[in-house]
Design a protein around this ligand. Structure first.
Ligand SMILES: Nc1ncnc2c1ncn2[C@@H]1O[C@H](COP(=O)(O)OP(=O)(O)O)[C@@H](O)[C@H]1O
Ligand SMILES: [Mg+2]
Length: 299
């Protein structure tokens, strides 16, 4: 079953389309990285799923049920914009207010549970405003986790975090999906970070989904190339090209695609008297994949 299925979602603000017939499929158990330039509609999509915005048209299904279904709504936790905490209250008090709002029964037990997940079991008494940005983001996630949701929606949760904060966030998100069976939808433009944890990607452009792909599929297809730095790029490119290599100029170097054996390539170059300063195999990462997809769409 899919955690989220969206068909033809459309939302306009004063005649401008923020979402323009968006389709989206988030499999259960995924960490779904939601990518797109500023203003492409990521937050709007997330707000529609959460019921903070009413779409003009389209269909949203969560765990096979209409997203308006009260039972299914109770399974969704979200952190969009900020946690909406009271700055002068303690972490515990803020969580308690939310637990009461949600009508939870074992409120203290539940607060302990979520604080443990976000690695803050020792920080319950801290005043919210005294917490670091990383802690505030984790408190936001703890808030969203109250009531044990099956789907967690996070809007740019790693913005502004330092390396340690990002690492913690990664660990927490993987923990939530692996050990608590939660599905995570996370928007971010920090592709290098997203790439470390996402199992699926959705790439949005101007309110439309232009690509959905599983990380495993992207990995398998991410074309490996070998970068080559040499004094005489043109002559080397000609030589490789004549011998049937798939070679391209890129950023002051040659990139040779579909190379199965870098050693063989190196031997070939030396036999032909070509000296090089660097010969290095590469995988096309998320960043490059994203950039090339955007370029393709602009053409
Ligand atoms: N409440 C709103 N009123 C008017 N326009 C909005 C509102 N929310 C979003 N928009 C517009 O909708 C588009 C998509 O915005 P958003 O979903 O925030 O994009 P993203 O999160 O991908 O940066 C933008 O052009 C934005 O200006
Ligand atoms: Mg946004």
């Amino acid at each position: 079953m899919n955690a989220i299925e969206i068909r033809d979602l459309t939302k306009s603000f004063r005649g401008m389309y923020a979402l323009d017939g968006l389709d989206m499929t988030v499999p259960q158990g995924a960490i779904y990285g939601f990518i797109g330039e500023n203003g492409s509609g990521k937050s709007t999509t997330e707000k529609c799923i959460c019921g903070h915005l009413v779409p003009d048209k389209g269909k949203i299904t969560l765990f096979g049920r209409p997203y308006t279904d009260a039972g299914v709504r109770a399974k969704v936790g979200a952190l969009i914009e900020n946690a909406g905490c009271f700055p002068s209250s303690s972490v515990h008090a803020n969580l308690m207010m939310q637990a009461i709002n949600l009508g939870l029964k074992d409120r203290n037990g539940e607060i302990q549970r979520v604080l443990k997940i976000v690695r803050m079991e020792d920080s319950a008494r801290l005043t919210f405003k005294k917490c670091s940005l990383g802690m505030k983001q984790r408190i936001g996630i703890a808030m969203a986790l109250l009531g044990d949701p099956a789907l967690l929606i996070l809007d740019e949760p790693i913005n502004g975090l330092d390396a340690d904060g990002m690492r913690l966030m990664r660990e927490i998100l993987v923990d939530i999906t692996k050990n608590y069976g939660c599905t995570v939808l996370i928007s971010s433009h920090i592709l290098g970070e997203l790439e470390k944890i996402a199992t699926h990607y959705g790439i949005l452009r101007r309110g439309k989904m232009i690509k959905e792909i599983a990380a495993s599929e992207m990995d398998a297809r991410s074309q490996v190339y070998v970068s080559l730095k040499t004094q005489n790029l043109q002559a080397t490119a000609d030589l490789l090209w004549r011998s049937g290599y798939n070679v391209k100029f890129e950023e002051g170097e040659l990139r040779i695609y579909d190379v199965e054996n870098t050693g063989g390539l190196s031997a070939f170059l030396m036999q032909n008297g070509t000296f090089f300063s660097e010969l290095k195999p590469h995988k096309v990462g998320l960043e490059e994949y994203y950039v090339s997809l955007m370029r393709e769409k602009e053409m």
